[in-house]
Design a protein around this ligand. Sequence first.
Ligand SMILES: Nc1ncnc2c1ncn2[C@@H]1O[C@H](COP(=O)(O)OP(=O)(O)OP(=O)(O)O)[C@@H](O)[C@H]1O
Ligand SMILES: [Mg+2]
Length: 271
Amino acid sequence: MRRQAHERGAPAAGSHPAAGAGVVPGSRAARPVLAAAAEAPPLQLRSATVDPQVMESNRVLPRVQDVAVSRSFKILRTRVLHRMAANNWYTLGVTGTSAGEGKTITAINLALALAQDHSTSVFLVDLDLQRPRIGAYLGMSYEYGLTDFLAGHAELDQIIYDIGVKRLAVVPNASPLETSSEQLCSARMADFVNALEAQHPRRIIVFDMPPLMVSDDVLAFAPRVDSFLLVVAQGHTARRTLNNAKEVLSELRFMGVVLNRSTERNDSPYY
Ligand SMILES: Nc1ncnc2c1ncn2[C@@H]1O[C@H](COP(=O)(O)OP(=O)(O)OP(=O)(O)O)[C@@H](O)[C@H]1O
Ligand SMILES: [Mg+2]
């Protein structure tokens, strides 16, 4: 069976696509970073096609024509790279406080911006097991996804895709799972993360995750993640919710906050 991912609904009118995205540094709480697993042979990537029109309508770089947006993601990329290097972090969970704040778009565009850096290779993994969207936002056509691997219906080299972007590999997912937090803690998931972490040279792994306050998925998976980026949407995320989320995140390693849908624009060509 071959799956054809579908485009999602149109974005809200009048909003700026991730304009003003930037990292507000989070806590520097240090926890011992998980040791990388033993080095493994290179993973074989499957080829998958993506649909440029679907990408464009979903505001995925590099189809986004807005210079301010791509500049924002480059700034975000560089800040993320600096903090990851300074802390010896390799894995980044992208989360938020509630649904629809732009976590998935941020995860995709950040992964693409990271892969534009010539010395950075990236795995982009759809880890929102209940609402997987990465394949749909890319208009990706592929056979097996992460859920197939977790269910034992596919092997590792059947779920990691080359979408024609240098230094980027994508692990999509098409089948939502009810028992997501249990699956995130499963032995099969541990095998999956270990295999990605064992690649040499090491790649940055960007996990697109569900919201922090809606399920226990992020907390359940947190021990496997070096740091978290919190996406908040201007005019959407309540201050109290944000404070609660920050309290939870302060117990984890926290990369920072990305402000999405900002109404403030920086149209200067320099940064
Ligand atoms: N800056 C933006 N400007 C306009 N539309 C946006 C922006 N960011 C996201 N959107 C739109 O908002 C919707 C939700 O975005 P996205 O799926 O990235 O959010 P999410 O936080 O991952 O949602 P979920 O909680 O369902 O996983 C999408 O239709 C997306 O195109
Ligand atoms: Mg999402």
